[in-house]
Write a protein that binds this ligand. Structure first.
Ligand code: ADE
Length: 420
């Protein structure tokens, strides 16, 4: 092997290669970008460190960047989301330096991030901002070498904006999440489907007839609520934002304060991006058998320290399902240690939707390299031309044609005199 790596077992590589190929079939936009990158090599000589969920979809993004000329290193952005066979396939069949093992502890997780940073990236690609945080807190001497970065997720963009407003952001970073072709699709349809997929794979419960409580009605919450409703659940939404709560009510869901919702729910799915959304006072009120899952980025939405402290005992009852015995015939079930249920208990967002998110990533890296000297140390949105290009390409690959404005309509949009 010519690349450095730390993965579970290279014997898994053939399985990984097949799975990467399977995902690639659902990622035609990225494939087209890859073909162009192969010819034009816009990333020649660029070192990229990516801290992303190590999935088959991510593997295809890594291949695209590599074919564009970049020297790519990948580490995991969550200890439980790594697909070990994908990591092995990336190393053995695609020669991409990969540091990721499912289930590593905190020390192993940060060791992998540091291994990626040891390769002196000029571009960082992050999902949740852990790589950027280590770089800014512990390896500031490397900051001058970095020309730019991208951030995949809502949670990460919030952290970057905090860094920018405190004047500590060391280089320009583009928030991929803000592209329409990312959050309107990945967050809604991707999280919507895969969060339910995770709950179902872990528990095999019938969703129809249950009360599903969705905590948070951002793009991810909307997706989770609509998919739970589609499967026949009675859906309750909890929110802190009045506009979002109103939207949930008009979308047809019951909206309740968490303190009321906890007495009614059978399944709880948190997607707020905040901490301790379900906590001790709520666990006290939940029904026997309540199932708790988190689909927000970090594992702090459920206050598991409180739940552990309240429990008489706990045990794993199925893979990804831990039972907490609260005494008095009351048990609560937590999925995947409160980590992203869609990635830990299922396979994350399906490839077809990651196609758009990762097309934005690839094209934005190309844009960063081309514009590095003009950019400031701040958080940028994905350029609108890239966003529209991704939408156009996705439609094309889906065989969907749309209209164009006529000359008359174009002129009408520019004038102001014509009225009633
Ligand atoms: N985030 C959510 N789903 C994902 C996937 N399939 N691959 C990479 N990152 C993801």
């Amino acid at each position: 092997m010519t690349v450095d790596y730390d993965v579970r077992d290279l014997a898994l590589a053939d399985d990984g290669r097949l799975r990467i190929e399977w995902a690639d079939r659902q990622m035609p936009v990225l494939a087209r970008i890859r073909e162009r990158f192969e010819k034009e090599r816009p990333l020649d000589g660029i070192r990229i460190a990516a801290c992303l969920h190590v999935t088959t979809e991510t593997a295809n993004l890594m291949r695209t960047l590599r074919d564009g000329g970049a020297e790519v290193t990948l580490c995991a952005s969550n200890p439980l989301s790594t697909q070990d066979e994908t990591a092995a396939g990336l190393v053995a069949h695609h020669e991409i330096a990969t540091y990721a093992i499912r289930g590593v502890d905190q020390h192993g997780y940060y060791k992998h991030i540091n291994a990626a940073l040891d390769r002196k990236p000029m571009i960082t690609m992050d999902d949740g901002c852990d790589l950027v945080t280590v770089l800014h807190q512990q390896r500031q001497d490397q900051l001058p070498d970095v020309i730019g970065g991208t951030e995949e997720t809502t949670t990460g963009v919030i952290r970057l904006r905090a860094m920018q407003s405190r004047g500590v952001l060391g280089y320009p970073i583009v928030g991929i999440n803000n592209a329409d072709t990312k959050h309107l699709f990945d967050n809604r349809y991707g999280t919507g489907q895969s969060a339910l997929d995770g709950v179902i794979r872990a528990t095999n419960v019938l969703i129809a007839g249950t009360t599903v409580v969705v905590c948070g009605y951002g793009m991810c919450g909307r997706g989770v609520a609509s998919r739970a409703k589609g499967l026949g659940a009675d859906v309750v939404v909890t929110e802190v934002d009045p506009t979002r709560a109103l939207e949930a009510a008009m979308d047809g869901y019951r909206v309740l304060p968490t303190s009321d919702a906890v007495t009614q729910g059978d399944i709880f799915i948190t997607v707020t991006g905040n901490k301790h959304v379900l906590r001790g006072e709520h666990f006290e009120l939940m029904k026997d058998g309540a199932i708790l899952a988190n689909a927000g980025h970090f594992d702090i939405e459920l206050e598991l320290t409180a739940l552990r402290a309240m429990s008489k005992s706990r045990r794993e009852v199925r893979p990804e399902v831990e039972e907490f015995d609260l005494g008095g015939d009351r048990r609560i079930y937590v999925l995947s240690d409160g980590r992203l249920v869609n990635l830990a208990a299922a396979e994350g967002h399906p490839a077809s939707v990651m196609d758009m998110s990762f097309a934005n990533q690839a094209l934005t890296v190309e844009w960063l390299v081309a514009n590095a000297d003009k950019l400031e140390k701040k958080v940028y949105d994905v350029p609108v031309e890239i966003d529209k290009d991704v939408a156009r390409l996705k439609l094309e690959t889906m065989g969907i044609r749309i209209d164009e404005l006529t000359e008359e309509q174009l002129a009408y949009m520019e004038e102001w005199e014509e009225g009633t």
